[in-house]
Ligand binder design. Structure first.
Ligand code: URA
Length: 211
């Protein structure tokens, strides 16, 4: 299956992204704008949700109207930066479930090692939206998607903010069945696997930590 990569170049997203990229954007504003972008990106990610019909009464008459009828949603945050996108997505779909995956890189083997995994029930029946603001080397997101599949998830999309070409290629090679939805495709990775021009370390920017 060919990997699919969608860039959402809505003017509001591009404007907000510039605010996030600015090095002088303060932590509180960074978090708020990230939440707003997640909401708009979430509209694109959920645009193919299945609709059925329900019979209701308006104040004037009875009729059949569209109503969500398909798979239940589960947003999955790849810790810790993924958490910055969850609130905006929950603003959009308050009833969605949320799962968390924590992975760290073993310094000797360089393998991604799981330290946290918590999902709602029936993950195999849900539309899973895995989120991480930065698709850099893709090592973590590849491992997170593999974990989800191992635990039964069958319908997965990956929503990120900034993607590096190297990450898109690596993720697409590992998980060609998972569509990637991003707000921007940046130029490249630097020697420390940071995205250029990027926005720095997303976790540090949103939580005011360093290094
Ligand atoms: N993770 C980040 O937070 N920023 C990058 O540029 C790359 C990975």
């Amino acid at each position: 299956m060919a990997p699919s990569f969608t860039l959402v170049d809505h003017p509001l997203i591009q404007h907000k992204l510039t605010i996030l990229r600015r090095s002088d954007t303060a932590t509180a504003q960074f978090r708020q704008v990230l939440r707003e972008i997640a909401f708009v990106l979430g509209c694109e990610v959920t645009k193919d949700l299945t609709l059925g019909e329900v019979e209701i009464e308006t104040p004037l008459e009875r009729g059949m109207f569209p109503y969500l009828s398909g798979k239940k949603l589960c947003f999955v945050s790849i810790l810790r930066a993924g958490n910055g996108l969850i609130d905006g997505l929950l603003d959009l779909v308050p009833s969605a479930r949320v799962g968390h995956i924590g992975l760290y890189r073993d310094p000797d083997t360089l393998e991604a090692v799981q330290y946290y995994y918590k999902m709602p029930d029936a993950i195999d029946e849900r539309q899973v939206i895995m989120v991480d603001p930065m698709l850099a080397t893709a090592n973590t997101s590849i491992a997170a998607a593999s974990l989800l599949k191992k635990n039964g998830a069958r319908n997965i999309k990956f929503m990120c903010l900034l993607a590096a070409p190297e990450g898109v290629e690596a993720f697409g090679a590992a998980h060609p069945d998972i569509p990637i939805i991003a707000a921007a495709l940046d130029r490249e990775l630097n020697d420390h696997s940071y995205i250029l021009p990027g926005l720095g370390d997303a976790g540090d920017r949103m939580y005011g930590t360093k290094g």
